[in-house]
Write a protein that binds this ligand. Structure first.
Ligand SMILES: [Zn+2]
Length: 115
């Protein structure tokens, strides 16, 4: 299922940890609008500005997956409102200065962004 022009739901659900542990990490229908909003308001504008593909390291996490990866109890990943993407300092600065976000974290090798 397409979420926006360049992002597909499967990218946000894919998780090697979920596969390894047999966790069903499909997104509830009620949370799809949150993922769409994240794509349309943050990830598509980022992609457009730098004209480069943005890969999703982690998107939606069901409660079992969030526990398995040691995510925060109230992680925005549980609500489909967060994505982890590869770290680039120019991406980080652009997200910080020009795009809407509720959380923006420099995690060293990745950026956590939530809306
Ligand atoms: Zn994250």
């Amino acid at each position: 299922m397409k979420l926006s022009d360049h992002f597909d739901l499967s990218e946000f659900e894919h998780s090697p940890t979920a596969i390894r542990l047999g966790i069903d990490n499909r997104t509830p229908d009620s949370l799809i609008p949150n993922l769409r909003r994240l794509c349309e308001q943050v990830l598509e504008p980022l992609r457009q500005h730098f004209n480069v593909a943005v890969s999703i390291n982690s998107g939606y996490r069901c409660p079992a997956l969030n526990r398995a990866v040691g995510g925060a109890v109230r992680s925005y990943h549980l609500q489909g409102r967060a994505a982890d993407i590869p770290f680039r300092s120019d991406w980080y600065a652009y997200l910080r200065d020009h795009l809407p976000h509720t959380e923006l974290l420099n995690e060293g090798t990745w950026i956590h962004i939530a809306l």
